[in-house]
Ligand binder design. Structure first.
Ligand code: GLU
Length: 479
């Protein structure tokens, strides 16, 4: 059997971390089996679906490296398939028009509530006579189409993650609406609904394995009944665990991130993020934790996907991100940092300053965990003005510090070399009869406004190339 899987996001928001992780598992499964990964945009919710969300989903998947083999297919362009299936179900007597008004449904729910029963449709229009229908129609009522779900039906499937799953028909809320009321006079039914459209698409696209979040389990039970009603083979199902926050609740907007864009803006890079997502609910058989998507694909199996929710671990994501950042060449890292610097409003000219920017990148690289750290680390070089930390300001008032800085000022020349810089430091230590540590600290604070930072002499040389060292020291001495 050839493996065909799909990711089927609804474009009602930006690409969500949960959807992206489901896409990762589908992609890995497809690649592992030399199968096909399909993108299907489930845009039948016309009010909430927006083209910009579709764009965001597509660019997010591409950014993560989750390229699809077929699609994107749009459900709004496939309505005829769904209409045909609804007609088939009506013809087979497995679906029927229901004329209940919203007031009637509300009253039904109220009664159920009063009797401590779970809310459900009580299937009251399942056996309408032709006269009933004629009467409702003459009242101008418009029907929805409901699919029959028998209470005594037991739905059983072998889930590739969760093992055997059993659902009772009576727990599915009664006969299910598969089409809304018709919009046009003369139409028998209106907009097809989610469960029906998914099943029709999965049949028509020959989907072999439906891999999706465990929040869809109840839908799976309903969908299996639809497959059976349409007389086709039921695909395999695998329900992946939810992503949880540190309190064990579903990761949500309240945790500050939901979309892949949020992670990008926070300075995570795609290979690290996608690597981390692979570990959200899956463990590699060899215990490896750092791998590319393709490497993960060779080892991926649904058997090693956990049932339990996957806790989101920020420290681990940071650790992975830094591992990836530290492996990049200065050239690669620079091109990733540039958008963050531009966003921060830093002024630089990538064409004329390329060499200098590469040196700067190499200097700050070891201290980066996220790309956003590069904004702070490069501020000294690219921002123009630097605000000294309170400790540094305090340090400047110490005895001997100003004298050191004045001496440095005298020694500074343009195009300083490494040995010239070291000689200046040595000479001042000798002339002023102070410890080298004091000279170094004074110089660091004078140049950077901080007591700690990357290699001091390298920092100085970089600043010197742009004559920023002179400007800074002058400012501090005159203050
Ligand atoms: N459109 C559904 C969602 O975004 C996914 C449906 C499915 O995977 O079957 O949750």
């Amino acid at each position: 059997m050839s493996v065909r899987v799909r990711i089927a996001p609804s474009p009602t928001g930006n690409l969500h971390i949960g959807t992206a992780r489901t896409a990762v598992f589908n992609w890995l499964f497809a690649r592992h089996h030399q199968g096909t990964f399909i993108l299907r945009v489930e845009d039948t919710d016309l009010e909430r679906s927006k083209p910009e969300y579709t764009d965001n989903i597509k660019s997010g998947l591409s950014w993560l490296g989750l390229h699809w083999d077929e699609g994107p297919f749009f459900q709004t362009q496939r309505l005829n398939f769904y209409r045909q299936a609804i007609q088939t179900l009506l013809d087979k007597g497995l679906a029927y028009p229901c004329y209940c008004t919203s007031e009637e449904l509300e009253a039904m729910r109220e009664t159920q509530k009063a009797n401590n029963q779970a809310p459900r449709y009580d299937n009251r229009h399942r056996h309408l006579s032709l006269e009933d229908i004629a009467k409702f129609e003459s009242e101008g009522r418009k029907p929805v189409i409901r699919f029959k779900i028998d209470d005594h039906e037991q739905i059983v499937w072998h889930d590739l993650v969760r093992g055997n799953v059993t659902w009772q028909g009576s727990d599915l809320g009664g006969d299910m609406v598969i089409a809304r009321t018709p919009e046009n006079d003369g139409d028998r039914f209106g907009q097809p609904l989610y469960n029906l459209a998914v099943v029709v698409d999965d049949i028509e696209m020959n989907i072999s394995h439906v891999i999706r979040g465990e929040d869809h389990i109840a839908n799976t039970a309903k969908q299996i009944l639809l497959y059976q009603a349409l007389g086709v083979k039921v695909p395999e199902f695998a329900h992946t665990p939810l992503i949880l926050n540190s309190e064990g609740k579903k990761l949500s907007k309240r945790d500050g991130v939901t979309s892949i864009d949020d992670f990008r803006k926070m300075g995570f890079i795609a290979p690290a993020l996608v690597n981390y997502m692979t570990l959200l609910g899956w463990t590699s058989p060899d215990g490896e934790e750092i791998f590319t998507l393709s490497e993960a694909a060779t080892k991926f199996s649904l058997e090693r996907v956990n049932k339990a929710g996957a806790k989101f671990d920020w420290d681990k994501l940071d650790w992975l991100n830094s591992q990836y950042l530290h492996k990049l060449s200065s050239e690669e890292l620079l091109s990733l940092l540039i958008p963050y610097w531009q966003e921060a409003g830093y002024q630089f000219n990538i064409d004329t300053d390329k060499d200098w920017l590469l040196q700067l990148t190499a200097l700050i690289a070891p201290s980066l965990t996220r790309l956003t750290d590069g904004v702070k680390e490069a501020a000294l070089f690219l921002k123009g003005s630097v605000i000294s930390s309170p400790e540094a300001t305090e340090f400047l008032t110490q005895e001997g510090v100003k004298e050191v800085l004045e001496a440095v000022m005298k020694g500074i020349k343009s195009d300083l070399t490494l040995s010239e810089a070291n000689d200046i430091i040595k000479q001042i230590t000798k002339d002023l009869k102070v410890k080298k540590g004091l000279v170094m600290r004074s110089l660091r604070v004078g140049l950077t406004g901080e007591l700690h930072g990357p290699d001091l002499v390298q920092t100085w040389l970089l600043l010197n190339q742009k004559s920023i060292d002179k400007t800074r020291l002058k400012l501090i001495i005159n203050n």
